[in-house]
Design a binder for this molecule. Structure first.
Ligand SMILES: [Zn+2]
Length: 453
């Protein structure tokens, strides 16, 4: 199991293709399917299309992206999916929380403000983490094939900002679980840190660093009553392949028992005590062929299945299950889950990121890539130097005159905003290192370049 950290260097537009003139929303987390697609794109850039590489390489691609590697969802620090079994204060004026999955109290739960209400299974951020979360910008839609603007297609896209409330780069966390059949070469490839591009508008947004580490995760608690809490949509079917009817407890018990007993060392599901669920339509794209996959009705993230077992499953088996997930198309990020034996609790506000300062990536590296990605890297090497020297001599002399130069008149609004922030705020030593790194990038860091999608 790999613990994945993704650090965002640019805003992330994790939405769907624009439809009409409605603003395009963004996911508030990185779905496993998006991470998988970005990794597949890097692999293809590195080795070529899987249909055109030698057969051992083709097998590696299939093992990585079309077999039993589970790509779990990534959540930003300070965010999570709140289970649908959780009731909270309707007005959020008090901190009342009741998890119906583990609540033995009689009567309808209330707080002083009124009845408690369930959430909607959405990704939620703590108050401090939610500040400045989403930006909105208007773009001209460009025809991918012809490279020209399509008629009448000015659209508005929402994106996750890449800086959190403390102005640190937003980090996302999750897991990738390599299946048992992953060849060593593929496992090593997956375990290598690299730059990725996530989501839409890849020229101006979506740059992230992918940092995998061997996971050190404590096994979850076990017991006779275990709640499965979905953290991604799941596609659950009965043995004949039909969509599972969640209202039919017997059918759900039987289907889950069939799937879980081999995973949980023979522990049997004896009852489905209760289900809290929503449904949603999910599609997807086939990574290699770039064709749409069939749309299916999935059980939404946040849904909860409360199960009773004939004996407590071994904790390490439960841990393996949380890495594997349940249902179909798990390698596409579906079916990710957590298990619980006790009531959900509202998480505390995350500690200030200042505490892991020494692990923080150098902002100069992100700036260097941003400058490089504008396509004006060499120009910046020559023209940013005088500004940095001027600042070193006169620390108060901040300005953005550089961005007014005719050369940069077609800079995207996103780039312009980021570079304005950099010019007005980055300490001189950071700017100095940025120049050094940009210079190295421009001179061709052959290895790094080959990893870029
Ligand atoms: Zn209340």
């Amino acid at each position: 199991m790999l613990e994945i950290q993704v650090t965002a260097h640019q805003s992330l537009a994790l939405g769907v293709r624009p439809v009409g003139t409605a603003p395009v929303p963004t996911h508030l987390n990185i779905p496993g399917s998006v991470l998988r697609g970005a990794l597949a794109a890097v692999w293809i850039a590195q080795y070529g299309l899987p249909t055109k590489v030698p057969s051992d390489k083709r097998r590696e691609f299939i093992a990585l992206f079309e077999s039993d590697v589970s790509y779990g969802p990534l959540f930003a620090t300070g965010s999570q999916v709140v289970p649908l079994s959780v009731l909270r204060c309707k007005y959020r004026t008090c901190a009342a929380v009741v998890d119906e999955a583990f609540n033995d109290a009689e009567g309808a739960p209330t707080c002083a403000c009124g009845p408690l209400v369930p959430g909607r299974g959405e990704v939620e951020f703590t108050k401090s983490a939610a500040r400045g979360l989403v930006t909105q910008s208007t773009h001209l839609q460009i025809d991918d094939a012809r490279g020209v603007a399509e008629e009448n297609l000015l659209f508005t896209r929402r994106a996750l900002t890449h800086r959190d409330a403390n102005d640190a780069e937003r980090t996302f966390h999750g897991r990738i679980t390599p299946g048992s059949e992953l060849p060593d070469s593929a496992a090593r490839w997956l375990a290598g840190a690299r730059r990725l591009r996530l989501g839409a508008r890849r020229g101006t947004s979506g740059a992230v660093t992918y940092t995998p580490r061997p996971a050190v995760v404590a096994p979850p608690a076990t017991g006779l009553r275990i709640a499965l809490r979905l953290t991604a949509p799941a596609i659950l079917t009965d043995p004949s392949g039909l969509l599972l009817d969640l209202a039919d407890r017997q059918a759900v018990r039987s289907a889950l028992d069939d799937e879980l007993a081999p995973q949980l060392g023979g522990a049997r599901v004896t009852a489905v005590e209760r289900v809290w669920a929503r449904r949603e339509r999910v599609g997807g794209w086939h990574a290699a062929s770039r064709l749409p996959k069939p749309v299916e009705l999935a059980v939404s993230a946040g849904s909860v299945l409360l199960l009773t077992f004939d004996r407590p499953p071994a904790p390490d088996r439960l841990l393996a299950l949380t890495g594997r997930g349940i249902g179909l198309r798990r390698n596409e990020g579906f079916g990710a889950l957590e298990t619980a034996t006790t009531a959900w609790e509202q998480p505390a506000e995350p500690a200030s990121t200042a505490t892991d300062q020494d692990q923080a990536p150098d902002p100069a590296e992100a700036y260097a890539w941003q400058l490089f990605d504008t396509g004006h890297g060499p120009w910046f090497v020559d023209n940013l130097r005088p500004y940095v020297e001027e600042l070193a001599a006169h620390p108060g002399a901040r300005h953005i005159g550089l961005l007014e130069r005719p050369r940069l008149r077609r800079l995207t609004p996103n780039d312009r905003e980021t570079l304005t922030t950099m010019l007005l705020n980055a300490p001189v030593d950071v700017l100095d290192r940025t120049l050094g790194m940009l210079n190295a990038l421009v001179r061709g860091l052959a290895e790094k370049e080959s990893l870029r999608p």
